[in-house]
Design a protein around this ligand. Structure first.
Ligand code: PGA
Length: 249
């Protein structure tokens, strides 16, 4: 069996000023410097990317962006592109988060183009997929999730990305998929990736997201196909995020 290094990524969403972001990054660094055996990333608001990059320089904590446009330059008022995110020091870009799909009209075609652009800039997309509560209740989970995976990967390099399975009903609600239910979806995603890239799929990290906390992280992360977590609320405090990182070791 291939062993995969887990990835714990914190999505700070629309929280924290520059000063608060740097304070949080500095606290994480103090706790996590010297940690090995787990990959760690944080995604601050765009205005804090540069100062947080400086605060994390030389630490084991990588920088992630929460979103990107698919073009790197041009007449696209208000956008940031992958080349700029690489320039500021990002290693990862979250693509297709359900909040972007639901609140900002992100389409599957947009997600596909963003994956391509992020990879072209030498960065790693964290591609988010997940079903709504209504879709789960209709037993449509696997069809929806695998359809999102297929759409994001079409024509793209499926061997250089991270997938985050985030059931929409579990995000910010305090509800989590049971470890067994999450594992079933993760295994199906890996199966789909294997159909495209064969054995390389064994190396890819598939994260779980949706109300991951210090208290439930270990059970989720002990599942064979859950290779880390995308953490929202619990990533806003150094103590809880650090506990989740340690649960992955
Ligand atoms: P949550 O968010 O941990 O607050 O549920 C997860 C996410 O949206 O990535």
């Amino acid at each position: 069996m291939t062993s995969r290094t887990p990835l714990i990524a914190g999505n700070w969403k629309l929280h924290n000023t520059i000063a608060q972001s740097v304070t949080l990054a500095t606290a994480l660094r103090a706790e996590l410097d010297g940690t090995s055996g787990v990959e760690i990333a944080v995604a601050p608001v765009a205005t804090a990317l540069h100062p947080v990059a400086s605060a994390l320089e030389g630490s084991p904590i990588a920088l992630a962006a929460q979103n990107t446009h698919w073009e790197s330059r041009g007449a696209f008022t208000g956008e940031l592109g992958p080349a700029l995110l690489a320039d500021v020091g990002c290693r990862y870009v979250i693509v297709g988060h359900s909040e972007r799909r639901q609140l900002f009209g992100e389409t599957e075609e947009g997600v596909r183009k963003k994956v391509r652009a992020v990879q072209a800039a030498g960065l790693v997309p964290i591609v988010c997929v997940g079903e709504t509560l209504a879709q789960r209740e209709e037993d449509a989970t696997l069809g929806i999730v695998l359809g999102q995976v297929d759409a994001a990967l079409a024509g793209n390099d499926a061997s250089r990305l991270v997938i985050a399975y985030e059931p929409v009903w579990a995000i910010g609600t305090g509800k989590t998929a049971s470890p067994a239910d999450a594992q079933a979806v993760h295994a199906a995603i890996r199966g789909r990736l294997s159909a495209v890239i064969g054995e390389l799929a064994q190396r890819l990290q598939i994260l779980y997201g949706g109300s991951v906390k210090a208290e439930n992280a270990r059970d989720l992360l002990s599942q064979p196909d859950i290779d880390g977590a995308l953490v929202g609320g619990a990533s806003l405090e150094a103590k809880s995020f650090t506990s989740i990182v340690r649960a992955a070791l």
